[in-house]
Design a protein around this ligand. Structure first.
Ligand code: UDP
Ligand code: MG
Length: 328
């Protein structure tokens, strides 16, 4: 029997912990062929979240079908990305799902996700919101712009409306954990690791209780860090800008030369000369800065220590013979 492990990051979700558990029980009643395990990650909540989790743990003690409920509690608020990392790096289920505690990620979708993985042969299945009902206009406008920019400027593909809600095989979870970078932008990481992913669409659902942890500036910061984590192309833009400015200085010089030939008698002020020197030097400096930036970006990417490749599956003659040799 396979185990489905649900990783649930919770930050100040005292009202949701219990609701979530009860709702999940209903869904799992219909999935009799699986064991389940819920891992709550208490991300340094300031309210009674941990207490509620402990209550749920003891309430579930007599539920024999699942692998039960476990939790990790952080010493302070490290953010949702850290919570996801903690959950994934210690996961043990055959399938691992990431789910918000506020029931905005409908657990019913697990059926479709399981179908995609087990029957259709995908490695993971992710939920994608097709409506942004109930979301402030300004927020949806900005997030659309963000996706647009990311897809054009960085090498990764982000799908608009994609959420963190996904079910994956264990090896996909391991691949995510193998990205050891500190500044984690999970949506980019999902895209970077590859694997066959199926998008499952759903209508936006409002929070079951409590309120969102995101404000506008939080989202802006999130977007910026995602951009910096995956985009090095803007630096190339800086180099081009520098070159353009140098080119402008040449244009100025040629203009000055031509006017000097045509009207040699006109007294020339120093304006054009100064412009030429300024543009030339400015351009050279910008170009060099851009190049230094590119080096920095490479160092930054190297320091992240990402794996060079991630394997989906393999059949290797060498390992097989090596194993045989070891057996004899
Ligand atoms: N969360 C977390 N740490 C944080 C902020 C949020 O673990 O610092 C959790 C939160 O408890 C919830 C999920 O991440 O389960 C999504 O947060 P929220 O519902 O506030 O985001 P939204 O759905 O509005 O994007
Ligand atoms: Mg939410």
């Amino acid at each position: 029997m396979k185990t489905i492990e649900l990783i649930v990051p919770c930050y100040n979700e005292e009202k949701c912990v219990r609701l979530f558990y009860e709702h999940i029980l209903e869904v799992f009643d219909k999935l009799q062929d699986y064991k389940f395990l819920i891992t709550y990650i208490d991300d340094g909540s300031k309210d009674n979240t941990l207490y509620e989790i402990k209550k749920v743990v003891s309430a579930s003690a007599d539920n024999t079908r699942g692998g039960g409920i476990q939790y990790i509690s952080f010493s302070r608020n490290f953010g949702k990305e850290a919570a996801i990392y903690a959950g994934l790096s210690r996961c043990s289920g055959d399938y691992v799902a990431l789910m918000d505690a506020d029931l905005q990620h409908p657990p019913e979708l697990l059926n479709d996700m399981l179908y995609a993985i087990e029957v259709e042969g995908y490695d993971c299945a992710s939920a994608r919101r097709v409506s942004r009902k109930g979301e402030p206009f300004i927020r949806s406008t900005f997030s659309k712009a963000f996706y647009h920019i990311m897809n054009h400027i960085t090498s990764i593909d982000l799908v608009s409306g994609s959420t963190d809600y996904r079910l994956m095989k264990r090896n996909v979870a391991e691949a995510i954990v193998s990205m050891t970078e500190r500044e984690r932008f999970t949506k980019g990481i999902y895209s970077w690791i590859g694997y066959k992913n199926k998008w499952i669409e759903y209508q936006n659902v409002e929070r079951a209780a409590g309120k969102t942890k995101w404000n506008f500036f939080g989202l802006l910061k999130y977007a910026y860090s995602g951009f910096i984590a995956f985009a090095t192309t803007p630096l190339r833009g800086v180099v081009y800008l520098g070159m353009l400015v140098v080119f402008l200085s040449f244009v100025f010089a040629i203009r000055l030369y031509i006017s000097a030939i045509h009207n040699p008698q006109v007294v020339r002020t120093g304006y054009s000369g100064i412009m030429i020197v300024m543009l030339f030097l400015g351009g050279v400096i910008i170009t060099i800065l851009g190049m230094i930036g590119e080096y920095l970006a490479r160092i930054y990417m190297e320091v992240k220590g990402r794996p060079i490749y991630i394997e989906r599956e393999s059949y290797m003659k060498e390992t097989e013979t090596a194993e045989k040799e070891r057996e004899t």
